[in-house]
Design a protein. Structure first.
Length: 215
């Protein structure tokens, strides 16, 4: 199955996080923004990086959007260029367009001009969306409210073959293992002496500000 190709039009906080998370898939990623400094900073996360006026339809038509499967328009505080990006993306056949909006009202406008999905951006929303685009049927982020969340990850290399007790994860990493998944089965029946295996996944609780260490 062919990996989807992505375009991120506008490098706001949401767009920047999407770029860094989607990069891990090895997919083709196009980023575009009118800020050259921002393009220079994030070009390494993308296959192609373009600096241009995102409100200019002629320029947008020349950056290859016709080859893109999924477009993320992160211009939530700039309604006119957001509308232009969505309009051009739809005309060029982009299958899915996700747009950020600063308010519900602006979100309604963007949906009327062609956005398939609207996001009121937060960091955890970017993580959920990027992970869902990578794998539609796999959820690995759970918001517990406040500053806590749960994620599913592979054990780090230096954790494999060691017991939970010896890792001292709550003290050293500020995380707590709540379940372990092996052979497709998730269980909470583990002890401090349980050894983490290479092919297992661990479900951990942690603070939201620490999440970027593990994705």
């Amino acid at each position: 199955m062919k990996e989807p190709s992505y375009a991120i039009l506008g490098l706001g906080r949401f767009g920047r996080k999407m770029a860094t998370v989607l990069e891990t898939t090895g997919a083709q990623i196009l980023i575009a923004d009118q800020d050259q400094d921002m393009i220079n900073r994030y070009a390494r996360h993308a296959t192609n990086a373009v600096c241009l006026d995102l409100s200019n339809a002629s320029l947008l038509e020349d950056i290859g959007l016709e080859h893109i499967d999924i477009a993320v328009v992160d211009l939530s505080h700039h309604l006119v260029p957001a509308i232009m990006c969505i309009t051009v993306a739809r005309e060029l056949g982009v299958k899915k367009i996700i747009a950020t909006a600063g308010t519900n009202r602006s979100g309604d406008i963007l949906k009327r001009v062609g956005a398939h999905e609207i996001v009121i951006p937060e960091d955890e929303a970017a993580i959920r969306m990027a992970r869902r685009l990578i794998s539609e049927d796999f959820m690995e982020y759970y918001d517990l409210g406040g500053n806590l969340c749960i994620i599913k990850i592979r054990p780090r290399k230096d954790w494999i073959g060691r017991s939970i007790r010896k890792l001292h994860l709550p003290a050293k990493e500020r995380i707590t293992i709540v379940a372990i998944e092996e052979n497709g089965k998730t269980s909470m029946d583990f002890t401090p002496d349980t050894i983490l295996q290479k092919n297992s996944s661990i479900i951990i609780a942690l603070r939201k500000e620490d999440i970027y260490t593990y994705i």
